[in-house]
Design a protein. Structure first.
Length: 299
């Protein structure tokens, strides 16, 4: 009997040790993964904005995150925005602004959460729920970064996913204050190598660069060969001034589809079009509400 108890004790102890080791490893690995993802996103953000070692970020630049939520209360839905609060170039806490589905202001509440914790969805959800009261279902939808320079808006950074040929395609996109495209980066995808996977190549994704909002609103894909001079300009095979002049000629045209990967090409074009149009519509409403209610925001 004593031998059986000894075996049980040793097995239990081994399981506890193994569980502790595995749990600790997961915590540190998960933290490292999040840190790596954040570092990569930060690098992409600055690259899309045109900053590099040769063109450093100005001290006057500010980045302000806006988190969009869908709120359900007694069967009625509304949209909520967690925005940084405070005037000038500095934010002082956060405000949760609710707008009904017709674009009308409902209410706004201060949210107690640190700038360090606001990126964690669990902490953010708890803080928002505490601010707006219980009994409401809150669902995170997406988030945007508003970029300013000396208080003036410089760009908007959007992150989104949409269906590709196989699974979802995850992109990050920068828009200027008129909603024209500053740049596009493919963050994740599982398209076929040598075909749809070419969406991550400069000669495809740079076709969106500097296209105005009016063009993006109806952008499609063209099943035609990519002109050689356009290819060279997007791949950086000519000097910058020459590339700019070439790309101007194609600025108001559709996207040239990848050879043998029209579905992947159309998926990105449709995704960019949808994301841009929806964002412009929502931000216009949020800006109007902020102005009408005289809410203090740093952007």
């Amino acid at each position: 009997m004593s031998n059986i108890l000894t075996i049980i004790f040793r097995l239990t102890l081994s399981c506890l040790i193994a569980g502790t080791v595995m749990g600790t490893t997961f915590v540190f690995t998960n933290k490292a993964k999040k840190a790596n993802e954040h570092a990569r996103e930060e690098k992409v953000v600055y690259s899309l904005l045109g900053y590099s070692a040769e063109n450093p970020i100005p001290e006057s630049m500010g980045l302000y995150e806006v988190f969009r939520y869908v709120i359900t209360d007694a069967g009625q839905s509304s949209i909520g925005y967690l925005v940084p609060a405070g005037a000038g170039d500095h934010s002082e806490g956060f405000t949760f602004v609710r707008i009904d589905l017709e674009g009308k202001y409902m209410d706004s509440n201060p949210v107690t959460i640190s700038h360090e914790k606001v990126r964690e969805q669990k902490d953010r959800d708890v803080a928002i729920a505490a601010a707006i009261g219980g009994g409401k279902d809150i669902r995170f939808a997406d988030h945007t970064i508003i970029v300013t320079d000396s208080g003036s808006r410089l760009a908007y950074l959007l992150s989104g996913k949409f269906p590709g040929f196989k699974t979802s395609i995850h992109i990050m996109m920068a828009l200027d204050p008129t909603y024209s495209v500053l740049g596009l980066e493919i963050m994740e995808h599982e398209e076929d190598p040598g075909l749809g996977a070419e969406i991550e190549q400069d000669y495809f994704k740079n076709q969106f660069k500097h296209k105005p909002f009016e063009t993006i609103k109806s952008i499609e894909v063209a099943k035609a060969p990519l002109p050689p001079e356009y290819f060279d300009a997007m791949e950086g095979k000519v000097d910058e001034e020459a590339a700019i002049e070439v790309m101007k000629q194609y600025r108001d045209q559709d996207i040239y589809a990848l050879t043998g990967a029209t579905i992947s090409s159309a998926a990105v074009s449709n995704g960019v079009r949808s994301m841009t149009k929806k964002f412009a519509y929502r931000l216009d409403i949020l800006d109007r509400v902020i102005k009408e209610q005289q809410l203090q925001v740093p952007f």
